[in-house]
Design a protein around this ligand. Structure first.
Ligand SMILES: Nc1ncnc2c1ncn2[C@@H]1O[C@H](COP(=O)(O)OP(=O)(O)OP(=O)(O)O)[C@@H](O)[C@H]1O
Ligand SMILES: [Mg+2]
Length: 329
């Protein structure tokens, strides 16, 4: 069975601000796959490139290199017609649903908008599809005629999910989609997200800072550091026995939950200075903060390689360093 979504060695740099210096390498050769019905959680501290990776997967931005495949078909090099067709299959829900909706359109029209953009159905058919989707996400028919500003954060997130579903995609990317919600609302939306997955066999790429949420929802987890995926494996395996020192530090930095304060589990801040993402020189990007730094970590960049079955890690503690490069004459 072909993977529903496959990113292979994709990279993306943003131009230097005000034309000074080198560009910023937001994603540096990331690869992952997503199969029907599975959830891949994407973890990593702010600025490591999670949203950039998500945008690349949807082709909201074009990669500098690498390929994106949707249902086995090349998305990166697709014709305009094929692009349009493939775009239906991968949808996204953002953190701030309210600002992702058009404030001048009713919620019903917002939900049906992807159909209109794809040239699907008559106005009447789109309206009835929108009503069906609103019902599916737990909203009432009368909500269709209200405007986004009349909705609470949780309701707006339901609307965004309805809109993401209306083209019957195979894959939905959630980019911090529950992060801004109160704890109780977050639990409701997560339940809805899990329900919908069961019902439609959807594959999810689930980006979140919240370790508890990612652990609960993910089958596999990818950990990103400065534009690279440094560890990828089964969620239970990653939480039980993380291999990369960065993952270890992330998990160890979970604040102890204090029931009296109902503190939300957040990614802890890992000590030490992050290397500059501008620094494209050879060497492991994590070495400056790594307690296990070895000589080879300064000389070569570790690749993401399988070490224990399907558990992959980019770290010379676990994988053999590459043979020394021969100097070009
Ligand atoms: N449009 C842009 N132009 C220039 N730099 C950008 C742009 N978008 C993102 N960046 C930079 O690229 C890097 C990766 O950003 P990205 O938004 O992908 O990170 P993130 O992991 O999603 O962070 P967060 O957890 O805060 O959402 C950051 O250094 C960011 O400042
Ligand atoms: Mg982001």
């Amino acid at each position: 069975m072909p993977e529903l979504l496959e990113l292979r060695d994709v990279s993306k740099s943003y131009p230097a601000r005000r034309g000074r210096g080198r560009g910023l390498r937001a994603v540096a050769g990331a690869s992952f796959t997503l199969a029907a019905g599975e959830t891949l959680g994407l973890l990593g501290e702010s600025g490591c490139g999670k949203s950039t990776l998500a945008r690349l997967a949807l082709r909201l931005i074009e990669p500098d290199g690498g390929t994106v495949r949707v249902a086995g078909q090349d998305f990166t090099g697709a014709s305009a017609a094929a692009t349009r067709r493939l775009r239906r299959r991968v949808q996204i829900v953002f953190q701030d649903a309210l600002s992702s909706l058009n404030p001048r359109m009713s919620v019903g029209v917002n939900v049906a908008e992807p159909m209109r953009l794809q040239g699907i159905g008559s106005e009447k058919e789109r309206r009835s599809a929108a009503l069906e989707l609103l019902d599916l996400v737990g909203l009432r028919p009368e909500h269709a005629d209200r405007y986004p500003h009349e909705f609470s954060g949780g309701q707006a997130q339901r609307v965004a999910i309805a809109r993401a579903l209306i083209l019957r995609p195979d894959v939905i990317v959630f980019d911090e989609a529950v992060s801004a919600l109160d704890v109780s609302i977050r639990a409701q939306i997560l339940r809805l997200i899990l329900d919908l997955q069961q019902r439609f066999g959807l594959a999810y790429l689930f980006i979140s800072h919240d370790l508890g949420v990612v652990k609960r929802i993910s089958d596999r987890i990818a950990v990103m550091y400065l534009g690279r995926i440094v560890e990828l494996g089964a969620a239970a395996e990653i939480y039980r026995a993380p291999l990369h020192p960065y993952t270890e530090a992330l998990l160890a930095a979970i604040p102890v939950p204090d029931p009296r304060r109902m503190r939300v589990r957040q990614l802890g801040v890992v000590e030490g200075e992050a290397a500059s993402p501008l620094d494209a020189a050879a060497g492991c990007a994590f070495r400056a903060r790594c307690p296990h730094r070895m000589a080879v970590c300064d000389q070569a960049t570790p690749e993401l390689l399988p070490v224990l079955g399907r558990h992959d890690v980019a770290c010379f503690l676990h994988t053999a360093p590459p043979p020394p490069e021969r100097k070009a004459a």
